[in-house]
Design a protein around this ligand. Structure first.
Ligand code: TRP
Ligand code: SF4
Length: 404
């Protein structure tokens, strides 16, 4: 893939290692990652520093969770041949960028991120009036910007963090992207493209800037992609010029909103550790069966002969995820007419969940028997990630006059 578009469609996402993964993670996040790695250059990382912002009193949980979480990713189909898997703290450049971004980030931007106050409220038992916790979204910005990721798959709760990332990138580019001799350098770069291409480029950038012609913008970007004679820095400079700003040093990412996971918990609320309603990816078939058998149903069905209403039953939501039309019709009909019991109704779900987990658990066992393989995958990912991160940091240091 060409350079400009490869960078701008690069996918990056992270997950905090704070405990066991469950079906909510699988349906809401991991399946999405597995699909994305087929179409995009993808980086997925363990956000252990982010975990530390809330778990600084008991960090040992983080260390345990890291390796088990990576194993769960691999077992779920995240493929180290297709995507880069790494650990945040093993790429210390994230911390350097976080520090440098902290110089230009107004406090009010961080204070007004909704998750800041919400989480402090929610996790009252923890003292989250810390510098690190306030900086949580900015650390996330550094994670994203250091890879110039164009797309960040996240859930609804993270959208504000992507938004602040865009604002920080814009501010950074405005402050440091305008080189004193920007115009001359643009002319230099255009010369290297050759007369014909330079002329088309000018025509298209005028069409975009003067008439807001988006097709022209796309065509001009494609033209830049095709240029063999200009360097990457020049390409970015021309891109910045095209969009009417300075040079783009940090790329504004888009959030790739993952549809709210349909995965219900055992009580019908969203599946989440804090609601204690999860089925873990590592739960045994017996545990799964027991949890589903005892999960609540429509409270109007006290006796087998009482008809029920699927709309009032959390089990029905599991049918929505796991059952085909025929099974759903059978369950709905049987429920409303008291033709089947709740245990009958749950049977196909129990089978489906167990069948879904079985191959994953077999792969978990495989990986657990080869800890050196898992370490090797991560070490290689750490190295690949660092190469990209170091390139960005070189440029960042240079524009911030830190290239001593
Ligand atoms: N804050 C994210 C979460 O809790 C995890 C995360 C950290 C992340 N850094 C990131 C996600 C960068 C996407 C991109 O889910
Ligand atoms: Fe719920 Fe099925 Fe029982 Fe109806 S029959 S109440 S849908 S478990």
């Amino acid at each position: 893939m060409s350079l400009v578009s490869a960078q701008h469609t690069r996918v990056l996402s992270g997950m905090r290692p704070t405990g066991r993964l469950h079906l909510g993670h699988y349906h809401g996040v991991l399946k999405n990652w597995v699909a994305l790695q087929e179409r995009h250059e993808s980086l997925f990382f363990v956000a252990d520093w982010h975990a530390l912002t809330t778990h600084y009193e008991d960090p040992s949980i983080i260390k345990e969770s890291i390796w088990e979480m990576v194993i769960d990713w691999l077992a779920a189909g995240v493929d180290p041949d297709k995507s880069t898997l790494f650990i945040q703290s093993q790429v210390p450049e994230h911390a350097e960028l976080h520090l440098l971004l902290s110089m230009i980030t107004p406090l009010s931007w961080l204070e007004r991120v909704p998750s800041y106050k919400d989480q402090q409220e929610k996790l009252k038992e923890k003292d989250l009036a810390t510098y690190g916790f306030l900086g949580y979204p900015l650390l996330q910005s550094a994670d994203i910007l250091i890879y110039r990721a164009g797309q960040v798959p996240v859930g609804e709760d993270q959208v504000a963090h992507i938004e602040i990332t865009r604002e920080v990138a814009r501010r950074f580019n405005r402050l440091y992207g305008r080189e004193p001799d920007f115009e001359e350098r643009v002319i230099e770069a255009k010369k290297k493209m050759g007369k014909k291409a330079a002329k088309s480029f000018d025509r298209m950038s005028r069409a975009y800037q003067e008439q807001g012609d988006h097709e022209a913008l796309i065509a001009a970007k494609a033209l830049l992609d095709d240029q063999q004679n200009i360097s990457n820095v020049e390409r970015e400079r021309l891109l910045g010029y095209l969009e009417g700003g300075g040079r783009i040093i940090l790329v504004e990412p888009q959030s790739l909103l993952t549809k709210a996971s349909k995965m219900p918990g055992l009580d019908g609320q969203k599946m989440s550790k804090s609601y204690h309603n999860t089925i873990a990816l590592r739960d045994s078939p017996d545990q799964v069966e027991k949890m589903l058998r005892t999960m609540p149903t429509d409270t109007n069905r006290v006796r087998l002969t009482d008809p029920g209403d699927p709309a009032r039953c959390p089990v029905w939501q599991f049918h929505e995820v796991y059952s085909d039309e025929k099974t759903k019709a059978w369950a709905a009909e049987g429920c409303k007419t008291a033709g089947i019991g709740c245990i009958d109704c749950k049977k196909p779900i129990i089978d489906a969940v167990i069948a879904e987990l079985e191959p994953m658990q077999a792969r978990v066992k495989d990986y657990q028997q080869q800890p050196e393989l898992v370490r090797e995958i991560i070490e290689q990912g750490n190295r690949q990630a660092r190469i990209i991160a170091q390139q960005t940091m070189q440029e960042v240091r240079q524009v911030m006059s830190l290239d001593l």
